[in-house]
Design a protein around this ligand. Structure first.
Ligand code: PLP
Length: 361
């Protein structure tokens, strides 16, 4: 079977064992004689899949029992809009750390007063701005951060202390990648296609105390109200059954692999192998991100010339490494090191990068 090392940033690699299980369920789900995509979302069989995915998320992330676990379509980008539509009444604070947080800020501005209280735009998002709760005025409905900057490669390694102001995070590219205090956030959203499964479902984790404050006005379409998804357990309209099924399989795989402690240690180890070049060959592989803020998930590098970057991407593809071209906004090289990337893939790629530098430096 021709599977290669896949470092695409999203949609991204899925564990082979998950794909193999999915293949069986495509034709015959649990002996029903029909595939998982062909059965009613109201059947007991599908409801058990939905419940299982919720329970696994709760266990894996150690979520407070009051957390509602919702599955919504429309990607992280719909959450950029739903968060302010549901929660922005007085004002919202945002910290801008890249293109995705910019997108979230734009949507908030459509709804109401949006205060950008920190930004790393001055240095092409190469760091995480420092935060102190004195930057908040105290009347904000929430502070929004993007925990991992998928495009430029900076990641929050601490959780901002916002005092009484609710904390909201876009965790699309680093959810479930490390042990983390997920209960410090009032709302977390994450498109599945980086670390949790295929595109088509967005996981939303919202604490009940925060959900109580959400907009329930009839003027807002029920499809855009968190309360609808809470009341109907994400079954108000037909949910993306296949994506939720795949999410459950990926979460099962994560549990079998040893949970977040094990996967976090592995991600750390892989990232160290891949950042080594910024430290050992700084004239050839230039790290883009300030060292303390380097992302464990998306490793960005610049080479001395753009021609060398193109050459690297082309030769890597020949050698069996897919998806290393940087985002069009940032250029350069990006290695996406999500949970499903095996240690062996990172080791092999590190070997390739070493050799490429020796030949071309
Ligand atoms: C990929 C990504 C998005 C966009 O997600 P869609 O599902 O395409 O809307 C938003 N935020 C972050 C941090 C991402 O990595």
């Amino acid at each position: 079977m021709g599977r290669i090392y896949n470092f695409y940033p999203g949609p991204a690699a899925l564990p082979l064992s998950v794909l193999q299980k999915a293949q069986e369920a495509l034709f015959d789900f649990r002996g029903m004689g029909a595939g998982v995509m062909e059965i009613s979302h109201r059947s007991a069989e599908f409801e058990s899949v939905l419940l299982s995915a919720q329970q696994r998320l709760k266990r894996l992330l150690g979520l407070d029992p009051s957390t509602h676990i919702l599955f919504i379509q429309g990607g992280a980008r719909l959450q950029f809009a739903m968060v302010p539509m549901n929660f922005l009444q007085t004002a919202a604070a945002y910290i801008e750390t890249g293109n995705w947080s910019e997108g979230a800020i734009k949507e908030a501005r459509r709804v109401g007063e949006t205060r950008v209280i920190g930004s790393s735009a001055d240095r092409q998002y190469a760091y995480i701005p420092s935060f102190d709760k004195s930057q908040l005025r105290g009347d904000e409905d929430y502070l929004h951060i993007t925990t991992n900057n998928t495009i430029y490669g900076a990641q929050w390694h601490s959780i901002p202390d916002t005092g009484k102001i609710p904390l909201v995070a876009d965790m699309s590219s680093d959810i479930a990648s490390r042990p983390h205090d997920y209960n410090r956030y009032d709302l977390i959203y994450a498109g599945a296609q980086k670390n949790l499964g295929p595109a088509g479902v967005t996981v939303v984790l919202v604490k009940d105390s925060f959900a109580q404050k959400a907009n329930r006005s009839d003027k807002l379409s029920p499809m855009l109200r968190y309360q609808t998804y809470i009341d109907k357990n994400s079954l108000y309209n037909t949910p993306p059954v296949w994506s939720i099924f795949m999410l459950d399989l990926v979460l099962e795989w994560l549990e079998d692999e040893g949970g977040l402690a094990e996967i976090g240690a592995r991600n750390q180890k892989k990232a160290e192998m891949l950042y080594r070049f910024c430290d050992e060959r700084p004239d050839f592989y230039k790290g883009c991100i300030d060292r303390p803020d380097r992302s464990l998930m998306n490793i960005t590098l610049r080479l001395p010339t753009e021609d060398l970057e193109k050459k690297l991407v082309a030769e890597a593809k020949q050698a069996g490494f897919l998806g290393l071209k940087g985002h069009k906004l940032s250029g350069g090289i990006r290695i996406s090191n999500y949970n499903a990337i095996p240690v062996e893939a990172a080791e092999k790629l590190a070997g390739f990068l070493d050799e490429f530098a020796r030949k071309n430096a």
